[in-house]
Design a protein. Structure first.
Length: 176
């Protein structure tokens, strides 16, 4: 079910609740936070993957919203694209880059993406697409290992998989 998005950080004994006053000005609904990722080089910088795209925050204030208008994202639902652009996994790196997965896209549109210095790179692979023509529907748990390989899982019954992406070669290994 959809839930209003909220980011709350425990700081000692107090909760810092991130500002969400921007939500009323969005084209879609600010709901269902799937993942958050702190910038490893700046503890005041956070990303949130939601049902309505990717949000970037600094010091608890939203500074950027990436959706189908300003990022190579694709919606899961064409009838309500601004409310159903699913960003379900994130991984920030020390070099300032951010990996993200745009789940449940259609027709071979970008799904695995990297943002660095304001530029998006599409790393989509046809192996990310299930028999119904949708990209992996619920990617999560994105990590990088000591060799710099990016790992994530698709936690969905149509195409359950563990994926290893090698950034230096662009190869993907999909274990299902």
């Amino acid at each position: 079910p959809e839930r209003e998005a909220s980011i709350q950080i425990l700081d000692g004994n107090d909760w810092d609740i991130y500002d969400d006053s921007f939500a009323t000005s969005l084209k879609g609904k600010y709901c269902s936070t799937y993942c958050i990722e702190l910038d490893p080089t700046d503890p005041t910088h956070l990303y949130a993957g939601t049902q309505a795209g990717l949000f970037e925050f600094r010091n608890g204030k939203m500074t950027q919203h990436y959706d189908i208008d300003n990022a190579p994202f694709a919606p899961a639902d064409d009838k309500n694209p601004y409310s159903y652009t699913l960003i379900t996994a994130l991984k920030a790196e020390n070099d300032g880059s951010l990996w993200c997965f745009n789940s449940n896209t259609r027709g071979g549109t970008p799904s695995l993406l990297k943002l660095k210095d304001g530029q998006w790179t599409d790393l989509h692979d046809k192996g990310f697409v299930d028999s119904d023509g949708a990209s992996m529907r619920y990617v999560r748990s994105m990590i990088t290992d000591s060799r710099g390989l990016l790992w994530f899982v698709n936690n969905e019954w149509r195409l359950p998989a563990l994926v290893c992406h090698n950034p230096s070669t662009g190869e993907n290994h999909i274990y299902s």
